[in-house]
Design a protein around this ligand. Structure first.
Ligand SMILES: *[C@@H]1O[C@H](CO)[C@@H](O)[C@H](O)[C@H]1NC(C)=O
Ligand SMILES: *[C@@H]1O[C@H](CO)[C@@H](O)[C@H](O)[C@H]1NC(C)=O
Ligand SMILES: *[C@@H]1O[C@H](CO)[C@@H](O)[C@H](O)[C@H]1NC(C)=O
Ligand SMILES: *[C@@H]1O[C@H](CO)[C@@H](O)[C@H](O)[C@H]1NC(C)=O
Ligand SMILES: *[C@@H]1O[C@H](CO)[C@@H](O)[C@H](O)[C@H]1NC(C)=O
Ligand SMILES: *[C@@H]1O[C@H](CO)[C@@H](O)[C@H](O)[C@H]1NC(C)=O
Length: 488
């Protein structure tokens, strides 16, 4: 009887000790994180060792209610830099880790898989993560993995291991490894990723060989982004089984077999980009059955014949959207056979805006960049007006169309062009003028100063009549040039 009681007490004590050390381990892990990471904005200043501050109240940290287990670490966009301390892997109860948009560097800890409770991992846009992509073995609750915009590399063998490591992640919905240095083949084990997959993006990496078979398993796939790689061979017919697809993007690869007649089941498809490949033959008529399509680009291939435009619902709206990047290639700013430089012009303007007052991060375009865009848009218009058959006329040339919006991310930007005869080229030229004014005054037509009949156009004309036209440009833009103009 006594012995039982003693044993019970002992085990209770043990239990307490385990709980105590669990808390200490997590606090230590967080403090190691803080001590090893540079924090220019002092975002982690409240993370202090004093015994009375519970780490559960620290900025970016959330805990489970009952046991004070760190379940979420959310520190995006804080300009944190340095290496990711391996002590991070001591936070074994983490189910959400968001370190995106910082400046972390070096390797992602290879023992990442110890964090087996993770559901969301977002390490995107640190640009500096190097080394091999880690494996994510046995994360059974993983739903989103976003590693885009880093320098993580891989080989065919590692790709095989990587996709195999997701075998037990049966809840995976989003897998995004875009804009990294992944190389080699995309292995057939891709087909074993979760049936729940909705978003799969390996765009803008260095993958080669054929697109693997087995993608028909992804019945719930909504977006498939394989663009800007070096895939060869054919477009797998079975992709036509993915009835939920909204976005299919495989442009800028080296696919060289005829496009299969695979579009008949795409009742949701709204975005289709297959340009910059080597597709021969004709455009499958079934594209005409994609009733939701509002962006189609097949250009820069070896296709013959006409787009079955008459049956495309997009033609009802009178729009054929052409990406600006496409036009640049068409106008020989890049040689067509030379794949558009990764991170090239299409990305240069990414996430930047013409109007600094819209900007949170303050990285708006410089005068020179604006000038370059203006010249590019002018050459694109010239090409569309004079060299295209049928002649294309823009319908909606505005800065928002010229620059990517935030959600468009890696697609660069595009301009909408219409086929309508009614729109004349002079309207384009007028819009282009307004675009120039917006770019250099950095004022939107909706600016507070434009009321009682004053608009951007009148404002500029009026300043011009008073010989003040040089003063309409945003002085902030000219600041950068002062030094160089004084010294020349
Ligand atoms: C924590 O304790 C320190 C002294 O040990 C005290 O100065 C501080 O006010 C306490 N903070 C809170 C939040 O209780
Ligand atoms: C996975 O999720 C389930 C349900 O939320 C939970 O009971 C389980 O503990 C989780 N497992 C891991 C390893 O995170
Ligand atoms: C998947 O789970 C099984 C059974 O728990 C385990 O034996 C295997 O190692 C796991 N594989 C991966 C890749 O996570
Ligand atoms: C997919 O998973 C199954 C069952 O786990 C396995 O037998 C098969 O070899 C895997 N296929 C590939 C291509 O990895
Ligand atoms: C549409 O889906 C059905 C059933 O999944 C399939 O048999 C057919 O081949 C698909 N059609 C096309 C054009 O891919
Ligand atoms: C376009 O639709 C018409 C009937 O609406 C049909 O006869 C024709 O075959 C379709 N053309 C293509 C290319 O799908």
């Amino acid at each position: 009887m006594h012995i039982h009681l003693i044993l019970l007490l002992l085990s209770f004590q043990n239990h307490l000790r385990v709980e105590g050390s669990e808390t200490e381990t997590q606090r230590d892990a967080l403090l190691s994180f803080k001590s090893q990471v540079s924090d220019p904005k002092n975002s982690l200043s409240g993370w202090t060792a004093s015994a009375n501050s519970s780490y559960c109240t620290w900025f970016g940290v959330s805990c489970s209610r009952s046991k004070g287990r760190v379940e979420s670490l959310s520190l995006p966009g804080l300009s944190l830099f340095g290496k990711l301390p391996y002590q991070l892997t001591h936070l074994i109860f983490l189910n959400s880790l968001d370190l995106s948009n910082n400046k972390f560097e070096g390797q992602v800890p290879l023992h990442f898989s110890l964090l087996s409770c993770l559901e969301l991992i977002n390490l995107a846009t640190n640009n500096q993560f190097h080394g091999f992509i880690p494996l994510f073995t046995n994360m059974i609750n993983l739903t989103s993995l976003i590693l885009g915009n880093n320098y993580l590399s891989s080989t065919t063998t590692l790709n095989y291991q990587l996709f195999d490591s997701f075998r037990n992640s049966t809840q995976l919905k989003m897998l995004m490894t875009y804009s990294n240095q992944m190389a080699g083949q995309l292995p057939i084990s891709v087909a074993n990723i979760s049936r729940h997959l909705q978003h799969f993006c390996v765009a803008d990496t260095l993958l080669t060989d054929s697109i693997p078979q087995g993608m028909r398993n992804f019945r719930n796939l909504e977006s498939l982004s394989l663009e800007m790689n070096e895939f060869t061979g054919e477009m797998p017919l079975e992709i036509g089984d993915l009835r939920q697809l909204v976005q299919l993007s495989i442009y800028n690869n080296r696919l060289s077999e005829e496009i299969p007649d695979m579009f008949g089941n795409f009742t949701q498809l709204s975005f289709l980009r297959m340009g910059y490949n080597q597709f021969p033959g004709t455009i499958p008529a079934s594209i005409g059955q994609c009733k939701q399509l509002n962006f189609l680009h097949l250009g820069i291939n070896k296709l013959q014949g006409e787009t079955p435009n008459e049956n495309l619902s997009l033609s009802c709206r009178g729009f054929l959207k052409i990406s600006y990047l496409d036009i640049r290639v068409a106008t020989n700013n890049f040689a067509a056979e030379n794949p558009v430089a990764k991170g090239g012009s299409g990305n240069v303007y990414k996430g930047m805006w013409l109007h600094p007052e819209d900007e949170e991060s303050g990285s708006s375009l410089t005068l020179l960049e604006r000038l370059n865009i203006a010249v590019d848009v002018a050459s694109a218009m010239d090409y569309l007006h004079h060299d295209c058959d049928p002649r294309l006329v823009h319908c909606d040339l505005k800065p928002s169309k010229v620059l990517s919006d935030k959600t468009m991310g890696a697609w660069g930007f595009w301009i909408e062009y219409g086929l309508s005869d009614k729109t004349s080229t002079s309207e384009d030229v007028y819009s282009f003028g307004i675009l120039l004014l917006e770019m250099f005054t950095t004022k939107m037509p909706t600016d507070k100063m434009f009321k009682k009949g004053l608009n951007l156009n009148k404002f500029a004309s009026c300043m011009n009549e008073n010989n003040q036209v040089l003063h309409i440009a945003n002085p902030g833009l000219l600041k950068d040039c002062e030094y160089s103009s004084e010294s020349t």
